[in-house]
Design a protein around this ligand. Sequence first.
Ligand code: GUN
Length: 294
Amino acid sequence: MKLIDGKTISEEIKKEIASEVASLIDKGYRAPHMAAILVGHDGASETYIASKERNCRAVGMTSSLYRYEENISEKELLEVISFLNQDEEVDGFIIQLPLPKHINVDRVIAAVSPDKDIDGFHPVNMGRLALGEDAFVPATPCGIMELLKRAGIETAGKKCVVLGRSNIVGTPMALLMSRNNPHANATVTICHSKTKNLKEEALQADILVAALGKPGFVTADMVKEGAVVVDVGIHRIEDSGKPSGYRIVGDVDYDKVAPKCAAITPVPGGVGPMTIAALLMNTMKAYRKRVKIQ
Ligand code: GUN
């Protein structure tokens, strides 16, 4: 069984980005700039945002954080987005989700300029992705594709089963895997909460992507011998045996599933670090669109 080491591969990508940024700055260009909007004080969102900012700086990019309380109105939030759309110094920005219930997420996402949409959530980018055009691709599936490529996992002609159909992971993952490209070209099935015989579907997979958001959902009896398993889940589970009082697990019952696999992504240290690396890749892409490099 091969461990697909997202931590090491993400470090490689960040080194490549850092060296590109350093060389741009050497040539007199400004640093790429990522902005983030954070509403409220959700613990997981705070952690993600802190990590995104830390990683931006680590590769020589600049970042800014626009923080608002839970009670910000949708109108005020749309004004902030309009400001960031026009700010020449901002190459791309994200609005950390989830947003409070009184705010319409679809309207907020649609207000972001598609050229600054480094999360790839805007309908124009989702449409471009579906059409096989150049697009900003959501960071998690973008990171997974890069991870499989760099880990030397063959996808062409393979049967890929994606568990979960979210706009952020499952749906774009299925689109990317089925694209006509040597690092994709898979035959894809999406399974969801209404799928009949989900276990039988999963058992067909040469590549199984678990993105349903349920800790330990994928058990050994759902995985074919020799399959490649990609675990997208990140869950905190209470564990009194740990100094922190918790441990992080994925959507896959790792200890039982790993021995059956040809390769598997661990949690933590698999997909998670690749998501951040992919967001940095998207920020570079947004920067290159805006700054004409000679
Ligand atoms: N919340 C959970 N995942 C994401 C993500 O990829 N981007 C944003 N903006 N919010 C999230």
